[in-house]
Structures are given as C-alpha cells and as structure tokens.
Design a protein around this ligand. Structure first.
Ligand code: GLY
Length: 338
C-alpha cells in the first residue's frame, strides 16, 4: 500500500467504511418516482411519495395513493363516483407488484377501498380477479365493511341530469372536465376537476416497479359492465424487467389491444415510455380511425430506469409526476387533431 492509499485507508477506517466495496452500489441507489393519471394524480402522488421517499415499497406506495383518492367522496373514483344507468355505483380496481403478483375486483358494490380488496385477493388467494357479489362477499369475510348504497351529492346530481335524456355516450376527457358539462358534477366549489379513473405506477428505491388502478368506471354504463381498469394487461401491467403502464379513457378500446401489456412490451423492445405509449395509441386509432375521433384513451408509462412518458388519442389528457425534483402536471402528447 503506497503512502496515498494508506492515508485514504486510514481516513475510511476512521469512518468505519474501510470494509465497504464501492464497486457495489447500495441496494437503495435508485431514484423513486410515481406517476398518475390526471390532475388529481398530484394529491395521489403526494401520498404515495410519503412511502417512496422513506424507502418504502412501490406496492405500498401505489396502494396508499389509490386509497387516498378512494376516500374522496366528492371525486368520481370510489363510492363517490358516478353510478351505472340503474343508479348503482360499481367499482373496478387492480394492483400488481414487481413479481407479477396481481389482484383485481370488478363490479364491486358498497366497499370503500376496492384497491385493498384487490391486494387482499393477490396476497391471500390463488386467484387474480373476483367480481360482483363474490367480490363483495370476499371483502366482507376479510374485514371490509359494507357502506350505504347512497350516491354522493355530486353523483346524484349528475345522475338526475342524465336521466332526463338517458343518452349513452362517453364524453371525451370526462375525467378532466370542470363541473359544468352535462355529465360533470356541479358541486366542485373549488372548480377542481372530475376524474373517473386513477391509475398510478411507481418505481421504488430498490428499483422495483408496481402499479394500481381504481375507478367507478364509465358513467351510466350498463349494470355489470366492466372496463379495462381491473383487467391485468389492459388497465395496468407491470414487468419488473421492462416497465409499467396504466391507462385511462374508454376501457373497451384498451381491452381490445391489451393496451398496457402492449406498452410494456414496446418498452422491452427498447422504445422510450412516450414512444411505447404512442405506438399503443396508434394501434387503437388504426383499427377504426373514424371511431377514434369520438373517444379518448391515454396511456402513461415508466421504465426500469425511471424514465416516464404518456400519449393519448386526443388533446386533453394530463398526467401527474412526482420525483425528488419534479412535482407537476404534464399535458400528454396526442395523435388525432379533432
Ligand atoms: N378506463 C376506465 C373504464 O373504461 O372503465
């Protein structure tokens, strides 16, 4: 050991660090990130960030974020969401971790935290998806409580409005409309946006990816309709080698192309998150360009390096990003100018 190395060794020894190998980075060396659909993703990200920034697991972060928005009774996610055409709120949710463990609930009634029921299914059953009465029975057997079947004030108002015409037509970017459209709740005193699907994906300090989705689904849907949100590979997909993606918008179009699985496979092929989302959007538009002008779908994605991006069919889709340096809402790029 020459004089210089000996001096460095002694300095490190005095710090108790001489035995550490600096060739092996700390297992907690990754920069965490969480991204979410829509503007309300900002509050969701803030909750998830409390977990990520204290070296918590991505799976706990996404569940925490989703639960936060499910608590918001004046938000169109969770029991405060819009009902189906029969006036019943039915909830869809799913969750997926870094080991491809996943759980989901569909058409779940009167349970406040569908994302946590989905996690319970993931962790304590051999199944992935429980639906309807069976999902509710499972929830009640596992300590969840049955909530009243009443509509939130805003949902009740919107439903009464809708009954005047009973027109069944998805509204573009309804998740992001202010409270003044025919389908939008009128009771957002602070003018905050109306969102019906919250999807969030996160990368933790260990470099593990997870995601969750929670929604009341398409407003005034047929009773029993299930969208993309609880379908693994449609509304959410996580592959810890490649990346994670989630979606918002008209779920039927996402299901037809296995949208988020497609986005993740494009990332595996080397496309950036934004380009991967764009290629999935192109797949939807190519199938029926005229129809695509009438509907919205947006994808968001994160890859294993923590790079992120989004793409939508039409203008108006926004997403929220939180890292140690970024905390803002981004406008998504889009494919079709209407
Ligand atoms: N993307 C939500 C739904 O279609 O239900």
């Amino acid at each position: 050991m020459n004089a210089m190395n000996r001096k460095k060794f002694l300095q490190l020894s005095s710090l108790g660090l001489a035995g550490l190998s600096f060739r092996n980075p700390s297992p907690l060396s990754n920069k965490p990130i969480v991204i979410s659909t829509w503007e309300s993703g900002m509050q969701v990200n803030a909750e998830a960030w409390k977990v990520l920034s204290t070296n918590g697991k991505a799976i706990d972060a996404v569940e925490t974020g989703a639960r936060h928005i499910e608590n918001e009774l004046n938000c169109c996610v969770g029991l405060g969401g819009y009902p189906d055409r029969d006036g019943i709120v039915t909830l869809d949710a799913c969750i997926m971790d870094e080991k491809s463990n996943c759980g989901a609930v569909a058409a779940l009634e009167q349970i406040k935290h569908p994302v946590s029921v989905a996690r319970k299914i993931m962790e304590s059953t051999p199944h992935v998806l429980l639906a309807g009465a069976g999902a509710q029975q499972f929830a009640l057997e596992n300590g969840f409580t049955k909530e009243p079947a009443t509509l939130s004030e805003s949902a009740d108002h919107a439903y009464r409005d809708w009954l005047k015409t009973s027109q069944y037509k998805p509204i573009i970017n309804i998740e992001n409309k202010k409270g003044n459209g025919p389908f939008a709740p009128a009771f957002f005193e602070d003018g905050s946006a109306n969102h019906d699907t919250m999807g969030l994906i996160a990368l933790d300090t260990k470099g593990d990816l997870s995601g969750a989705v929670t929604t009341s689904g398409m407003a005034f849907k047929l009773h029993g309709r299930v969208g993309d949100s609880p379908i693994i590979g449609a509304g959410l997909f996580v592959d810890n080698e490649a990346g994670a993606a989630t979606s918002s918008g008209v779920g039927e179009e996402v299901i037809r192309i296995c949208g988020t699985h497609l986005v993740v496979e494009f990332m595996r092929q080397g496309y950036s998150p934004e380009l991967a989302c764009k290629k999935a959007v192109e797949r939807i538009v190519k199938r029926d360009p005229a129809k695509a002008r009438e509907l919205q779908v947006g994808f968001i994605a994160v890859n294993k390096k923590g790079q992120y991006g989004a793409y939508a069919i039409q203008k108006g889709f926004v997403y929220s990003v939180k890292t140690d340096q970024v905390n803002k809402v981004f406008d998504s790029k889009y494919l079709v100018e209407v």
